[in-house]
Design a protein around this ligand. Structure first.
Ligand code: ADP
Ligand code: MG
Length: 259
């Protein structure tokens, strides 16, 4: 773990490195459904937090709230000490700072792979095209799809598309990366090529929030597992503690069904 991570000091005790993502008493409803209930979660720089839990427990809503694809009803969310901006250029910059990778890839279908990875760099980060292209090609190489740069997303396999989506998010130099079930839509033989890219990122010290059902990844890459059920964080623990010795009945029940 990064050594800039440290416990929160008492107020007024001088500067401490703050947590990168902090959710405080966050609540959200969809109509009558209380989808996030008093969520408190702090993520330190360089930490990899894996979020698991049954379908419908609020994992996606949690991720989407962190980069303001959803608005919350109460509580606060800060990134790098700053509250989430509501709109405009500040919001675009937030979404660059908080990279998100979805289950469904979400690449621009009518743009080439290279253009997909350049676009945000030019529009949001205001880089020159030349610089953006250089960075895009380097990132595409890094995730193993450098030779696909001139193709369109539909010409790539699911695993390749997801690696392009990761490169596109990384091109913005994000402070934190959110992954919402990034391998759930993939054929089994493509899951590992995506998990390996994520493992590598984790090793390099990227701060990551990963919603996944890949328990092998959670065990090996996570610093912390957050278990959600019915809109609440029910349990938080280091992976070996969570998997080998879960405390809550909800977690025991969930693990008995998936392991
Ligand atoms: P998870 O990712 O853990 O499966 P979600 O965050 O997607 O859970 O959803 C939590 C609950 O909120 C589910 O019951 C889901 O049906 C509901 N929900 C999610 N998005 C919306 C929405 N836009 N409008 C209404 N209900 C929603
Ligand atoms: Mg989900």
């Amino acid at each position: 773990m990064s050594d800039v991570s440290m416990a929160k000091g008492p107020k007024g005790a001088g500067p401490v490195a703050h947590d990168l993502v902090v959710l405080t008493d966050v609540n959200k409803h969809f109509g009558a459904l209380h989808v996030l209930q008093d969520i408190n979660l702090s993520i330190r720089p360089g930490e990899v937090v894996v979020v698991i839990g049954p379908s419908g427990s609020g994992k996606s809503t949690l991720c989407r709230s962190i980069n303001r694809l959803e608005t919350i009803d109460s509580g606060t969310i800060t990134i790098d000490g700053k509250p989430l901006p509501a709109e405009g250029r500040e919001l675009a910059r937030l979404r660059a700072d908080v990279g998100m990778v979805f289950q469904s890839f979400n690449l621009f279908a009518h743009k080439t792979v290279l253009e997909n990875v350049m676009l945000g760099q030019v529009k949001v980060r205001r880089r020159k095209r030349e610089e953006a292209e250089r960075k895009a090609r380097a990132l595409l190489d890094r995730v193993g799809v450098g030779n696909q740069a001139d193709k369109y997303p539909a010409q790539l396999s699911g695993g390749q598309q997801q690696r392009v989506a990761i490169a596109r998010a990384l091109a913005m130099d994000p402070k934190v990366m959110l992954f919402d079930e990034p391998t759930s839509a993939l054929d089994p033989e493509m899951i590992n090529e995506v998990l390996e890219v994520m493992q590598q990122l984790a090793r390099e010290g990227m701060t990551m929030v990963v919603v996944t059902h890949e328990m092998g990844f959670a065990r090996s890459a996570a610093n912390r597992v957050v278990f959600m059920a019915d809109g609440r964080i029910v349990e938080e623990a280091e992976p070996h503690q969570f998997f080998d010795n879960p405390r809550s009945d909800r977690a025991k029940d969930f693990l008995s069904k998936i392991l």
